[in-house]
Design a protein around this ligand. Structure first.
Ligand SMILES: Cc1ncc(COP(=O)(O)O)c(C=O)c1O
Length: 443
């Protein structure tokens, strides 16, 4: 048996059991403040969530007012004003035809429900043989069992293998590590997989339009999703765009798919949709997907107690209206350009192999050898030690590991609130350098 790890005996079952956590008591814009008064620059908006910045009182007031009026109603018996108004706001923002939103709480729930919707659509359209899902590696879509099955995260999946369903994986476009004419970059890998599985058996292809942590903000070639759309149409496969991380303005457009002009059949939103003020996600789809269900069984078979909750939708409504009122999607594009210009300076530093991304979504990949792009061996835990050094420097970033070859690979993500200023971006870069120096000294 390994020696027992140290964790505080407070009654909280912590996210990590090998250390103590600072206690955050307040958030203001891009900053978090702990109980000792120490300030942290939240350079990833938590987990790409705090898109509006911390401490926006408009959103807090809207939630408080709704909770006083009515916090919860049974979604199978009633509708409510915040859900109706939020759906109407989303219609003005989402790509044309993606008009119907089914509200849930987490990104994993939204992915789970989106894939079930795809399956239910085919069954109720008279094609019950279509059940298979195709996803990409590297890729991540959540931690509930269907979403995890569609994710290429070996270290999350290992324990639960016997419970996961088979999902066909194709390589994701990853310009830093893929040849431009490879099937991964041209989307030919998708067509090959559909033909191999048999189009009559394939229900859906799921992909992030701009990849979040999995390939560290890698942007696909401009024609990739046009080709995906053509392949899906040709073989009657639904295209599910997972916009949980890259949507809601993160890449400088409301949805990342708009950069590539390839509208999905089903889309998920989450994380920044409520700016993190409450857990809110959504499955968004088209009339043509809902109609066979409306004319058939009459409901999506994915009942959850808190779906369409007034309190939760009120936060989402206030957040979306705040984003519109303050032009924050355009700000994400504008400040994103500043962020990427300034982050390029990091390429001069030892171990920084690549810097990429779109809008206020950036990935910085660390490598052992810049020429060969060889990753550090996983045993070095480079990303983890960088994140720890960054926290010591008062900088919060988000790590990812394993993307280079399924096991090795270290990167960190920078995705600050859309309100980030140019001087705060300078501060992110300065603290990043400090953390990297400290990281090299410790090794
Ligand atoms: C692309 C993507 N989809 C789905 C999820 C799952 O969302 P959640 O953690 O809210 O369940 C995540 C989480 O990081 C994500 O990045």
């Amino acid at each position: 048996m390994s020696p027992s790890r140290r964790y505080p005996e407070t009654g909280v079952f912590y996210r990590a059991l090998d250390r103590e956590f600072p206690m955050i008591v307040r958030g203001e814009g891009c900053w978090l403040v702990d109980d000792k008064g120490r300030r942290y620059l939240d350079a990833c908006g938590g987990a790409y969530v705090a898109n509006l910045g911390h401490g926006v009182s408009e959103v807090a007031d809207a939630v408080a007012e709704q909770v006083r009026r009515v916090a919860y109603v049974n979604g199978t018996a009633f509708t409510n004003e915040p859900a109706e108004e939020l759906a109407a706001e989303l219609r003005t923002l989402n790509p044309k035809g993606l008009d119907y939103a089914y509200f849930l709480s987490s990104g994993s729930e939204a992915v789970e429900a989106a894939l079930k919707l795809a399956r239910q659509y085919w069954v109720e359209s008279g094609k019950p043989g279509k059940h298979k899902v195709i996803a990409r590696a590297p890729g991540y879509h959540g931690n509930t069992l269907l979403a995890l099955s569609a994710s290429a995260r070996g270290h999350y999946k290992k324990l639960f293998g016997p419970w996961l369903v088979p999902v066909t994986m194709i390589p994701a476009p990853y310009p830093y590590r893929c040849a431009p004419d490879s099937g991964a970059m041209t989307a030919q890998a998708l067509e090959d997989a559909i033909l191999k599985e048999g189009a009559d058996t394939v229900a859906a292809f799921i992909a992030e339009p701009v990849s979040g942590s999995s390939t560290g903000g890698s942007v696909p070639p401009p024609d990739y999703f046009k080709r995906v759309r053509q392949i899906c149409d040709k073989h009657s496969v639904l295209f599910v765009a997972d916009e949980v991380l890259c949507g809601a303005g993160r890449t400088g457009k409301w949805t990342a798919g708009e950069h590539f002009d390839a509208a999905p059949d089903i889309m998920t939103l989450g994380k920044g949709l409520s700016g993190g003020y409450v857990p809110l996600s959504a499955v968004v789809t088209r009339k043509k997907i809902i109609d066979p269900i409306a004319n058939g069984s009459g409901s999506l078979k994915h009942a959850q107690t808190f779906s369409h909750s007034p309190a939760i939708c009120a936060a989402g409504l206030a957040a979306v209206r705040h984003i519109k009122k303050h032009g924050l999607v355009q700000r994400s594009a504008d400040m994103g350009a500043v962020l990427h210009r300034k982050l390029r300076a990091l390429l001069e530093l030892p171990s920084v192999g690549d810097v990429r991304g779109l809008g206020l979504l950036a990935g910085i990949e660390f490598v052992a050898d810049k020429k060969t792009k060889a990753p550090f061996p996983r045993s070095l835990k480079f990303a983890e030690s960088f994140v720890s050094a960054a926290l010591d420097a008062g900088l919060v970033v988000w790590p990812n590991v394993g993307h280079a070859d399924g096991e090795n690979g270290d990167l960190v993500m920078v995705a600050p609130p859309f309100t980030v200023s140019e001087s705060e971006i300078d501060e992110i870069v300065a603290r990043f350098k400090t953390a990297l120096e400290a990281c090299h000294v410790r090794r």
